[in-house]
Ligand binder design. Structure first.
Ligand code: NI
Length: 174
């Protein structure tokens, strides 16, 4: 198991449409192990494969709070096939540093996916769990939570990141 580097905005991989997984092989299992370690190390409550530079349709979600044991749910080729209501909750993202903001999401979602063995599954989630699923599935479509904010908020954040990057690139003398 290896802790992978988490890509940060504005890395272009985060903006790609992730490819469907067709090969349920040992490499996929290895990637899930790396992602699990990376997520708990960060720490985060969900991670999408593109965040570690693998543009494929794979997400993992920490369900410890629901199951009362350290447990990760692995979802491959996930799709939202049903939704109900709305909620607003505060979100952050391991790939969007130094920002949290309220985002409007569905209150309840039904998601179809495949497990690591390639078996078709379905799950209905609500509240916070539903938020995490929507956030992670967005990653597979090149969408970040900042895309759900107002244009002004997004512009302010982009400006801040560009400033941070410019400062990093300035060579330090002495
Ligand atoms: Ni995220």
């Amino acid at each position: 198991m290896t802790i992978r580097t988490i890509l940060e905005f504005p890395d272009p991989v985060l903006r790609q449409q992730a490819k469907p997984v067709t090969d349920f092989n040992a490499g996929l299992e290895e990637l899930v192990k790396d992602m699990t370690e990376t997520m708990y190390d960060a720490p985060g409550i969900g991670l999408a494969a593109p965040q570690v530079g693998e543009s494929i349709q794979l997400i993992i979600v920490d369900v410890s709070k629901l199951e009362h044991a350290q447990k990760t749910m692995v979802m491959i080729n996930p799709r939202i096939i049903g939704h109900e209501g709305h909620q607003v909750d505060e979100e952050g993202c391991l790939s969007v540093v130094d920002l949290t903001a309220n985002v409007k999401r569905f209150q309840k979602v039904t998601v179809s996916f495949q497990d690591l063995a390639g078996e078709a599954k379905e799950i209905t989630a609500e509240d916070r769990f539903a938020v995490v699923l929507q956030h992670e599935i967005d990653h597979l479509n090149g969408i970040l939570f900042i895309d759900h904010l107002s244009m002004l908020k997004r512009a302010l954040y982009k400006k801040k990141v560009h400033k941070m990057l410019a400062e990093k690139e300035t060579p330090t003398e002495a």
